[in-house]
Design a protein around this ligand. Sequence first.
Ligand SMILES: NC(=O)c1ccc[n+]([C@@H]2O[C@H](COP(=O)([O-])OP(=O)(O)OC[C@H]3O[C@@H](n4cnc5c(N)ncnc54)[C@H](O)[C@@H]3O)[C@@H](O)[C@H]2O)c1
Length: 323
Amino acid sequence: MNVLVTGGAGYIGSACVQELIEQNHTVTVFDNLSEGHRAAVHPAANFVEGCLNQAEQSKDVVGRAAPEVVIHFAASALVEESMKVPGKYFGNNVANGLNLLNACVQAQVRKIVFSSTCATYGIPDRIPISEDTPQQPINPYGESKLIFEKMLRWFHEIHGLQYVAFRYFNACGATDRFGEHHRIETHLIPNVLKVALKQQTSCKIFGTDYPTTDGTCVRDYIHIKDLATAHILASQSNLNGCYNLGTGKGYSVREVIAACELLTGAKIAVEEHDRRPGDPPKLVAAPSQAINALNWHPEFIAIERIVDTAWQWHKAHPNGYPH
Ligand SMILES: NC(=O)c1ccc[n+]([C@@H]2O[C@H](COP(=O)([O-])OP(=O)(O)OC[C@H]3O[C@@H](n4cnc5c(N)ncnc54)[C@H](O)[C@@H]3O)[C@@H](O)[C@H]2O)c1
């Protein structure tokens, strides 16, 4: 396939580009490097530095690349920031995303695969979360992703653009080349590993009185290699629709920290804080629709295996990417 990947210099995008290239697909990465890193772009991919806020440039880039499939990772993705500057989220994730959709229609792209999120569900009324759970986001980030899902449905109905929207749970882990280096790191595993690397003295736990086995929040951790595989299977399929991507297994914050201690041999000091507003006690996917529709089988289920891949990457890149 000939594939254009927006956000291919970012955390999940870089892993997907690696997998595409290893499967001999042709890849163009389109990224403004606002959050991504030049060093995270696979050397075998064509790289175009540019921003989706430029409608004409976006049309030009998609037209020249003439991809069969666009995989759209580019977005603003910090929940807390979205509660302070919602305009940035609706601007980048909706308005700039619309520029991409228009460019796809003009270039007669067959399919778009989109990074949606379990944040579109808000606080779910039941666990595990299946795709028919009501979507009631509780922050502008989740809302912006839900709006884009709805735009996809209409572009499919009216323009025939095929789409798969994947609602990821907590992306995690690393490949042998690419790992997690967000400029503002809000994710648990890299923050715990910073303590193991002695770059931080402790990590924070928000809420120790949740109705879970050890009082801390439970999340579904999905490895970036498993995410990459699902995107490629979806790109090759004729499916349309929205699918959860998770393993179906939940781990508490304390369980993740314990796995990090076991693998790194370091004692991880923790700071216990109050609950953060809007953090549901448990978010675990019912992933059977993606498993059945795509014949997708997540490989990384045990948290120790997941953390091990992240630890190998962080040890090899203690300061993340150079640029
Ligand atoms: N990381 C997670 O746990 C998680 C969970 C659910 C959904 N997602 C979604 O997955 C996608 C990728 O997440 P990530 O963790 O890899 O994020 P990331 O910030 O590492 O990657 C996003 C990339 O998009 C680029 N980008 C942003 N806006 C752009 C624009 N206007 N034009 C061109 N490039 C632009 C950034 O430079 C960056 O390289 C996002 O859409 C995010 O919302 C992530």
